[in-house]
Design a protein around this ligand. Structure first.
Ligand code: FES
Ligand code: FES
Length: 174
């Protein structure tokens, strides 16, 4: 049997030993390894946007209510504005920049274009990251379910019907 991982208290003690000034943090983002010297309080969103120049994830509210900053951490949806970058060490972070493969847009990105699922586009990276995860989670059964499980992603342009159309199009092809 493997040894139990650190408790919350132990992990807190480790974090307390690292900081409050800049500490070395290693992040794996879209398959690439990065080493940053950042304060432990820096959010994943700020690390991505301001240190790694990955500006796909957007800062809408910076308090966990709009979903514009949605990325994946170990394949699960996460709000990058509420996630400390240092807590992502040893985990795989995926941003919207990591969706396309060999220059080919992900089918959800193509569906958003085909269905005209955005206007200003500010919410779109977060919508797309949530939409792909939604299907993989098995939560795209019908429109009511899509609405419920996409409810954390706000669109001030109200492109919701088109976003749902894009999700249905991908769902029906997978
Ligand atoms: S910027 Fe993270 S939820 Fe709004
Ligand atoms: S397309 Fe403008 S906020 Fe969603």
């Amino acid at each position: 049997m493997s040894a139990p991982g650190p408790t919350v208290t132990q992990r807190g003690a480790v974090l307390a030993e690292r900081g409050p000034g800049p500490v070395r943090v290693r992040l794996s983002v879209n398959g690439a390894e990065h080493t940053l010297d950042i304060e432990p309080r820096v959010s994943l969103l700020d690390a991505l946007r301001e240190r790694l120049d990955l500006t796909g994830a957007k800062k809408g509210c910076d308090q966990g209510t709009c979903g514009a900053c949605t990325v994946w951490v170990d394949g699960r949806r996460a709000l990058a504005c509420l996630t400390l970058a240092i807590s992502c060490e040893g985990r795989e972070v995926t941003t919207v920049e990591g969706l396309a493969e060999e220059g080919e847009l992900h089918e959800m990105q193509r569906a958003f274009i085909a269905e005209d699922a955005f206007q200003c586009g500010y919410c779109t990276p977060g919508q797309i990251m949530s939409a792909v995860a939604l299907i993989e989670e098995g939560h795209a059964g019908d429109d009511a379910e899509i609405k419920e499980w996409m409810s954390g992603n706000i669109c001030r342009c109200a492109a919701y019907p088109n976003i749902r159309a894009a999700i249905r199009a991908v769902r029906d092809h997978t």
